[in-house]
Write a protein that binds this ligand. Structure first.
Ligand SMILES: C[S@@+](CC[C@H](N)C(=O)[O-])C[C@H]1O[C@@H](n2cnc3c(N)ncnc32)[C@H](O)[C@@H]1O
Length: 264
């Protein structure tokens, strides 16, 4: 059977995990057998969920249907010395972005004050704060359940004194902070460009804006770069490209990309 899913995402740890699989239409009748086979091999998998849609809506959630196991799909996912409590049914989380989280933490300099917009259960904020003991992070998220997990995660990782999760829409929360940051992250490839006006004004002069976008493989960074340059010039600033990264493949020939822009 060539189309049996050979790879799937496992969220959680040895003490309890959830598998998220994509069952091809032609194997739909065998989904329970597939789930049983996965659970037989991975004894820590308590639930098997089927991806029944792409990521949708403001909260960027998939429709995930329980095929087998425990309907309680909350897990503690472990990665690079961090622990993230979450439920994939109600919050965004991608195990495939661990390398990107590491790359971001690597770029942060000692003593920085960082803003993570669209912060989800706060994996980026926690990863940065764990790596840098003198860095402070503010994390803004609109999904109340994701924010609830973020509050738990900063405690779980012992960074609650330096990471402040805030529940709300970045458009409302950012102006109320009345400050600027050394580094601002915008990890929302679908639609981050609509918040560039807010984001640019949150970066101190000489600071860095990390902007995420989707782009075709033959021209990865031009459009993202142009969007930030235009938003900056509308607020009387100048944005300078300092780097770009292909984060992941989104669909055939389309990549999720990040551009790093210095704001002057
Ligand atoms: C692609 S997910 C990334 C989450 C997190 N940064 C991560 O890496 O796991 C984007 C997140 O932005 C949140 N979001 C969408 N619009 C928002 C807004 N206007 N203000 C704050 N958060 C928002 C969604 O609920 C979602 O959790």
């Amino acid at each position: 059977m060539p189309s049996v899913p050979s790879s799937f995402d496992i969220l959680g740890s040895r003490s309890g995990a959830v598998a998220v699989i994509e069952v091809p239409d032609e194997l739909a009748l065998y989904e329970k057998e597939i789930a049983a086979a996965i659970q037989a091999v991975h004894k820590n998998i308590k639930s098997v969920l089927s991806k029944d849609s792409g990521r949708e809506g403001e909260y960027r959630l998939r429709s995930l249907r329980l095929i087998a196991g425990n309907p309680d799909t909350e897990v503690i996912h472990k990665e690079s010395g961090c622990s993230f409590k979450l439920d994939p049914k109600v919050t965004y989380f991608s195990t495939r972005e661990s390398t990107e989280r590491e790359r971001l933490a690597e770029m942060v300099r000692p003593g920085e004050d960082v803003l993570v917009m669209f912060s989800g259960v706060s994996p980026i904020a926690v990863c940065i704060a764990k790596r840098h003991p003198d860095v402070t992070v503010t994390a803004i998220e609109i999904n109340p359940q994701a924010h609830g997990y973020a509050v738990e995660n900063v405690k779980l990782n012992k960074v609650a004194d330096r990471v402040t999760p805030i529940l709300g829409d970045v458009r409302d929360v950012c102006p109320s902070l009345n400050k600027v940051f050394d580094r601002v992250l915008m990890p929302l490839p679908k639609g981050a460009h609509m918040f560039l006006d807010v984001a640019v004004s949150m970066v101190r002069l000489g600071g860095v804006l990390h902007f995420y976008h989707w782009a075709p493989e033959d021209d990865l960074y031009s459009e993202a770069q142009r969007m930030v340059v235009e938003a900056a010039s509308e607020t009387g600033r100048r944005a300078e490209f300092s780097g770009g990264v292909k984060v992941s493949l989104y669909s055939p020939y389309i990549y999720k990309v990040r551009v790093d822009m210095v704001i002057h």
